[in-house]
Design a binder for this molecule. Structure first.
Ligand code: NAI
Ligand code: MG
Length: 354
């Protein structure tokens, strides 16, 4: 039997994960799969109970699971507390404890939502790509990272990678490209950075093992522009931690809907952590207003990448598209539809399940 650990977290986290679990239970029943869900605390909720954002009990449970579904952490309640204990440490801690090095963010244009994009319809219509961001190395984790010199007036950060670290994330990206339109764009700054030159080397070497995949290299500054001027060209993008951080936020506005964006954090085996890109939205927590679709779409990724249930994943994605096409949505989305109907968290979940 497969085990999914659910970490609801804070704010709307419990509401959106409850919706996703309902969808998962329903599809599991349909396909006669045996899955157990185990719930644990993380973030502010864990601070309130255990005094720490990531209790050992939560780590142990995650480590003995096939997949993890997370809501979001944080909120004003914990901002005032001492800076030493923060809900976000729970999130960073669990990614690290699980060794999740590849962060995937699919960006897809939903027909029903195209007019809420800040970009023109023609640019957005064919958008369907995935950003693979390296998550555990690069500029954010390199040492030294410090002030130094006379009066600490010098500062240094380090962009460090080992060949193995680059290989494992690029390999993930190639595997993903094989399951999609077989097009990989590697993004770097090889005209300036030595780390990027090794990155390119690794991509070109691995490309020989994936002859069906069309590979191209883009410099990160040009890629930032291309994401806005011609986003339809991309299938899978792979890049270093900081570049990926910036580009994935940029990419998330192309389709205009934070409440629709899922993510997956993966490692070399099938275990992964799945969560919506949005935060804990404390302003609407507990009011039934939360849009659960990003978390439901994250649950679809969970089925695809951790449980080998690609058909079921696609069924969920199709259901989400269909519900939107019928004009149903939560209050955060804007849909131009003759039967435009605003529904609450429970109602939209029921619609997806039906
Ligand atoms: P946020 O994503 O929580 O909210 C931004 C705006 O979007 C708010 O108006 C919110 O109501 C709305 N929104 C977000 N998700 C929604 C959904 N599913 N349905 C309907 N409306 C939605 O970002 P914000 O306000 O910057 O952060 C709030 C808290 O969340 C902070 O404590 C922050 O640290 C935390 N956070 C946690 C993240 C995580 O756990 N991965 C990521 C981002 C923020
Ligand atoms: Mg970011």
């Amino acid at each position: 039997m497969k085990t999914i650990t659910v970490l609801p977290g804070d704010g709307i986290g419990p509401e959106v994960t409850a919706s996703a679990v309902r969808v998962l239970r329903s599809i599991m029943k349909h396909s006669q799969q045996d899955v157990q869900f185990v719930e644990k605390k993380i973030g502010g909720a864990a601070i309130d109970t255990y005094g720490t954002p990531l209790p050992q009990e939560t780590i142990d449970q995650c480590q003995s699971s096939d997949a993890i579904l997370l809501g979001a952490v944080g909120g004003p309640k914990w901002n005032a507390q001492s800076m030493n204990i923060r809900p976000e440490q729970g999130l960073l801690g669990i990614r690290k404890a699980m060794g999740l090095f590849a962060n995937l963010r699919p960006v897809e244009a939903y027909q029903a939502l195209i007019d809420s994009s800040p970009l023109k319809r023609t640019f957005v219509e064919n958008v369907d790509f995935v950003i693979v961001r390296e998550l555990t190395g690069g500029l954010y984790f390199g040492t030294p990272s410090e002030r130094r010199g006379a009066n600490n007036e010098q500062v240094v950060d380090t962009l460090a990678y080992s060949r193995t670290e680059i290989q494992r994330v690029v390999e993930k990206a190639f595997q993903l490209a094989m399951k999609r339109r077989k097009k990989l764009t590697s993004i770097d700054k090889a005209n300036v950075l030595e780390s990027s030159r090794m990155w390119r080397e690794v991509v070109n070497q691995l490309a020989k093992h994936y002859p069906e995949v069309t590979v191209n290299h883009q410099l990160v500054d040009s890629a930032a522009m291309q994401l806005i001027t011609n986003p339809g060209q991309f299938d899978v993008l792979v890049t270093e931690n900081m570049f990926g951080d910036i580009l994935s936020d940029e990419a998330s506005v192309i389709t205009g809907s934070l409440g629709m964006m899922p993510s997956a954090s993966l490692r070399s085996d099938k275990v992964g952590l799945y969560e919506p890109v949005h935060g804990s939205a404390p302003d609407i927590a507990g009011q039934g207003k939360a849009n659960p679709l990003a978390t439901i779409l994250s649950a679809a990724l969970l089925l695809r990448y951790s449980l080998d249930m690609d058909q079921e994943a696609s069924k969920i994605e199709t259901a989400v598209r269909e519900v939107l096409n019928q004009g149903y949505h939560t209050g955060d989305l804007q849909i131009d539809h003759q039967d435009d109907k605003i529904v609450n968290t429970t109602e939209i979940t029921d619609l997806v399940i039906n």
